[in-house]
Design a protein around this ligand. Structure first.
Ligand code: PEP
Length: 246
């Protein structure tokens, strides 16, 4: 089995019911694509999005979950509730959550285990800051984040890893292709050491992916798709990225 290719969109705290209009064109593209296509809108939009498109070719996911299934956690959402709303995936450990909510690797590992418990695919995000990159610490940082946030029971079927350099997210800057390839080679080697299915885990690159750079990034070894922020909000921007992967 080869890793499944995945074009994933992270809408962050953007979008509303009117933004559903973008979904119709994305659904058409997803139906034609051989790669998986996923949109992770704000949690409030998951159910209306699934209701609009039906279960099928365009996947819908969450952007975070609580580690517990239910309980006294005001404002939080469990993986089971996301599943109930129609989600198939959850983004976990995005650098914005690590920064805004001080999420640790241990918390991300617990959330990924919760995603698996609920039958969802955990997309675990890893990435170095600019200071860490400049300090020559990138590979150590990525290895430590991977080791700390990958739960027991992770497999190629229930886990996706996204390499997202913090300094490349939403900035228009991207690492060189050599830098992306170096990190993805590390991820593949480490996952292959740790998991029986490590060779088949989908590895995404994320950070200022757009139509003009997608094909070059997707041509790199061990890059099986992208996690896309800004360029996933409008079908006109996202469709060329899906086509570049397909
Ligand atoms: C992201 O939010 O995960 C991301 C990669 O954002 P952008 O594509 O806008 O850099």
């Amino acid at each position: 089995m080869a890793p499944r290719k995945l074009a994933a969109g992270n809408w962050k705290m953007n979008g509303d019911l009117a933004a559903m209009d973008q979904i119709d064109a994305m659904l058409n593209s997803a139906e034609d694509a051989s790669c998986d296509v996923l949109i992770c809108p704000p949690a409030l939009l998951i159910h209306p999005m699934v209701a609009r498109i039906g279960a099928g070719d365009l996947l819908v996911g969450g952007q975070d979950c609580h580690a517990e299934a239910k309980g006294a956690h005001t404002g939080d959402i469990s993986a089971e509730q996301l599943r109930d709303a129609g989600a198939s995936h959850i983004i976990l450990g995005h650098s914005e959550r690590r920064a805004d909510h001080a999420e640790t690797d241990a918390q991300i590992r617990a959330k990924a285990a919760a995603a698996h418990r609920a039958g969802l695919v955990a997309i675990i995000c890893l990435g170095e800051t600019e200071a860490q990159r400049d300090g020559g610490q990138t590979l150590d940082v990525i290895a430590a984040q991977l080791d700390g946030s990958l739960p027991e029971g992770a497999t190629a079927a229930n886990t996706v890893i996204a390499y997202e350099p913090v300094w490349a997210i939403g900035t228009g800057r991207t690492p060189s292709t050599d830098q992306i390839a170096e990190v993805h080679a590390l991820l593949r080697a480490r996952l292959s050491d740790r998991l029986a299915t490590g060779a088949d885990v989908t590895l995404l690159y994320g950070g200022s992916v757009k139509a003009s750079n997608a094909a070059e990034i997707f041509a790199l070894p061990h890059v099986d798709g992208a996690l896309v922020g800004g360029a996933s909000l409008k079908a006109a921007d996202f469709l060329p990225i899906i086509e570049a992967l397909d």
